[in-house]
Design a binder for this molecule. Structure first.
Ligand code: SF4
Length: 305
C-alpha cells in the first residue's frame, strides 16, 4: 500500500469512511504565526523552527493589519501570536501596539534574549493601550537539565529570568510545558509551582501542558477519526470547544498571507482555508492530521480562552 493509500484523503479515511469534521461557529481568537525563525533549535519543535528556517516567513505590520481589521468586524475577542520566536519578528512591537488598541493579546515566547531585548518597548505599551498583552513562556520540564538538553545550556535560567521580569513589570504570565510519558501530573505541576514561588511568581500561575506533537511532516500511526466517532464519543459542547471551531491562524508562505484552520496543522496544505477570514469560516475542517487525534482524545488546545 502506498503512503497516500495508508493516509487516506482529505475527506475519507484509508478504509473509506467519511472523516470526522468541525464546522467553525465563530471567530473568538485569531492567531498569527510570526515565522519559523527562532534563536533556538530544538529537535522536538512542532514547527521545525531554527535560526535559519524559512518554512514560514515573518509578516510585516501592513500584512497583518487587514486580518486584524477583518477579525474585529467578525467579533474576535483576542489576538494571539506564536512562532518560531515572535520577538525575532522586526515589527512585533508595532503589531502588538496596533492589536492591543482593540483586544487583549497573548504572545508565546521562549523567554530568552529576543524577549529581554524588547522588554522596555513592551513596558511602554502597557500604559499606552486599552488592552493587556500577556505572555506564555515555554519551560518544558521543571528539571533544569532536562529543559536545557532540549533547548541548550543556560536557557532554563534565562526563561525564568524572562518570566520573572515580565511578572515584576505587571504582565500576566503563564507557562507551557511538555507532558512526559507516564508522568504524575499533579506532582509535576507542584514542582513548577515550587519554582514559581522561588522566582517570586504567583504559585497559581496557569500551566498549559502539551503532548509531543512531533516535528512538521511526521506521520505517526494514530486512530482515524470518522463522523461516527464525532457523534458517538463527543458531545455537541465538546465539538464546539475544538480550537478550529472558534479560531484560525494566519501564516505567511512565500509572499502570500494565508488562513489556516488552527495552530497545529500548518505543515499540511489541506488545512489552507482561504485568503480571507470570512472565506475560511465557511470551510469544514476535516480531522485528518495526526495532531487532530490529540484534540479528539485529550482535548488538546493552544488557547487559554
Ligand atoms: S489539530 Fe485540533 S484544532 Fe487543529 S484542525 Fe485538528 S482537530 Fe482542529
Amino acid at each position: 500500500m502506498s503512503i497516500a493509500e495508508q493516509l487516506g484523503s482529505w475527506t475519507h479515511t484509508p478504509l473509506g469512511d467519511e472523516r470526522g469534521y468541525i464546522q467553525p461557529h465563530s471567530l473568538k481568537e485569531l492567531w498569527f504565526h510570526t515565522g519559523t525563525k527562532c534563536n533556538l533549535e530544538c529537535s522536538f519543535c512542532l514547527e521545525g523552527s531554527s535560526p535559519s528556517d524559512k518554512r514560514l516567513l515573518t509578516p510585516k505590520l501592513e500584512e497583518v493589519i487587514p486580518f486584524i481589521d477583518e477579525a474585529l468586524s467578525m467579533g474576535v475577542e483576542q489576538f494571539s501570536f506564536t512562532g518560531g520566536e515572535p520577538f525575532l519578528a522586526k515589527d512585533i512591537v508595532e503589531i502588538l501596539d496596533y492589536a492591543s488598541k482593540f483586544k487583549p493579546c497573548l504572545v508565546l515566547t521562549n523567554g530568552t534574549e529576543p524577549l529581554l531585548k524588547r522588554l522596555d518597548a513592551l513596558i511602554a505599551l502597557q500604559s499606552k493601550n486599552q488592552h493587556p498583552v500577556s505572555f506564555r513562556i515555554s519551560i518544558d520540564s521543571p528539571n533544569e537539565k532536562e529543559h536545557d538538553q532540549g533547548r541548550g545550556t543556560g536557557n532554563f535560567a534565562k526563561a525564568f529570568i524572562g518570566m520573572r521580569k515580565l511578572h515584576q513589570h505587571g504582565f500576566s504570565v503563564s507557562l507551557a510545558r511538555h507532558i512526559a510519558n507516564n508522568e504524575n501530573q499533579p506532582e509535576v505541576d507542584q514542582q513548577y509551582r515550587n519554582l514559581f514561588s522561588l522566582n517570586g511568581i504567583p504559585p497559581q500561575t496557569h500551566i498549559v501542558a502539551f503532548p509531543d506533537f512531533l516535528p512538521p511532516g511526521s506521520l505517526p500511526s494514530v486512530p482515524h477519526i470518522t463522523t461516527h466517532c464525532m457523534t458517538a464519543y463527543q458531545t455537541e459542547q465538546q465539538r464546539e470547544n475544538y480550537m478550529c471551531a472558534s479560531s484560525k491562524m494566519i501564516i505567511k508562505k512565500g509572499t502570500e498571507m494565508q488562513v489556516y484552520a488552527c495552530t497545529l496543522v500548518d505543515d499540511d496544505p489541506d488545512y489552507f482555508m482561504g485568503n480571507t477570514l470570512s472565506e475560511s469560516m465557511q470551510q469544514k475542517v476535516n480531522l485528518k492530521h495526526h495532531r487532530c487525534y490529540s484534540c479528539f482524545a485529550h482535548g488538546a488546545s493552544c488557547s487559554e480562552m
